[in-house]
Design a binder for this molecule. Structure first.
Ligand code: CP3
Length: 344
């Protein structure tokens, strides 16, 4: 029997769309918070296959989501390339800001091997899943990971990274190519370990000129996927150029993705009109509606269901926030699966 998410990614439209949520494993779950206290820090958590596999499976047990997403982070790749990354509670990721002269020193050789504990997590989870639940592996998009490496932290405008790209195009190209190659090897390792779908999180695709989008997002992503495919990996790939706006069109035309994840800021109806009724789409419930709950959430869920047309995987437009109520996640799933949810 083919798993529902794989059916959708092969172009089938299902009456009841399969559903999973970005950041479904995380701080809105008490069992996650409990498990988290056993790790020294977040990175230690990601590199311990037993704990990471458990965190991956928690939302499957609680909600019967249609997909399990590997518990890891997009910022493990810089570690593989030899950079220092820490997660500071309350602040988020902190990295040594990458200088122009650091780019050639990044250790591409063996980068994926240095973070290969993650493959063991994939292997363990894949042994636990039933014949309905799909295991999704992932990496960050080269541009998004580059912004964290250059800025040294999350930032709103990405000005430091954009200046780096505009003033040092050669070094930026080398950085993006190294990220594309290391990430491809990382996806290949995940696919060989049992990941059935691969997703590329380009979370900071917003606010780029079309020319910069082309050089910093499209080109390195094409390179990454070519490397994955030339290794013989056949798994479907979901692209998520979050906030790309109209650049989404050139992304969809040039990047050989199987499906596209749509962020909150893009209308599913417009995405369908632009990209066609055949392309599998994923998304795009507003995460704020999930936090608010009640009739606001009910209406928002129904609108996504009504707008989706064609092959569709229900998801959020971005991640689950820590203050989301478990009852509301359950209500969304019941609404999608039975037509009726008890929203609170
Ligand atoms: O449930 C899942 O989605 C699976 C695992 C997953 C995590 N991060 C776990 C995580 C995935 C797929 C990611 C991707 C990720 N990481 C992205 C792309 C998706 C997006 O949200 O745009 C980005 C930009 C990151 C980088 C990152 N990781 C930041 C900025 C932060 C700090 C902010 C925050 O939300 O805490 C993280 C930490 C992180 N990654 C946590 C989790 C569960 C929280 C860490 C903790 O428990 O303390």
């Amino acid at each position: 029997m083919i798993k529902p998410i794989l059916k959708v990614l092969s172009g089938e439209q299902l009456e009841t769309p399969p559903v999973w949520f970005m950041r479904q494993a995380g701080r809105h779950l008490p069992e996650y918070k409990k498990l988290r206290t056993q790790a020294k820090d977040f990175i230690d958590f990601c590199f311990q296959p037993e704990m990471a596999a458990e965190a991956t499976l928690q939302p499957i047990r609680r909600y019967k989501m249609d997909a399990a997403i590997l518990f890891a982070d997009i910022l493990l790749i810089p570690i593989g390339l030899g950079r220092k990354v820490t997660f500071v509670p309350g602040t988020g990721p902190v990295l040594d800001p990458l200088k122009v002269t650091d780019v050639e020193k990044l250790e591409l050789e063996g980068a994926a091997d240095r973070i290969s504990n993650v493959f063991e997590t994939v292997k363990r989870v894949s042994q636990e899943l039933d014949d309905q639940t799909t295991l999704i592996g992932f990496c960050g998009g080269p541009w998004t990971v580059a912004t964290y490496m250059i800025e040294g932290k999350g930032s709103s405008g990405k000005e430091v990274a954009k200046r780096f790209a505009m003033q040092n195009p050669k070094e930026m190209e080398m950085l993006l190519n190294k990220l594309a190659d290391a990430s491809a090897d990382y996806l290949i390792g995940q696919a060989k370990a049992g990941a059935e779908v691969l997703k590329i999180f380009e979370s900071w695709a917003e606010g780029l000129s079309p020319a910069m989008f082309e050089t910093c997002v499209t080109k390195p992503t094409v390179r990454m996927i070519e490397r994955v495919r030339s290794a013989g990996i056949k798994q479907p790939i979901i692209g998520f150029p979050r906030g790309a706006g109209l650049n989404m069109l050139s992304f969809a035309q040039q990047v050989d993705v199987t499906g596209l994840a749509i962020g909150t800021d893009t209308s599913l109806t417009m995405a369908r009109d632009m990209l066609g009724d055949q392309l599998p789409l994923q998304g795009n419930l507003d995460p704020l509606a999930l936090r608010i709950g009640g009739s606001v959430l009910k209406r928002a869920v129904q609108k996504v269901l009504d707008d989706a047309r064609g092959p569709h995987i229900f998801n959020l437009g971005h991640g689950v926030a820590p203050d989301v109520k478990i009852k509301n996640v359950e209500a969304v799933l019941a609404h999608i699966r039975t037509g009726k949810g008890d929203y609170v």
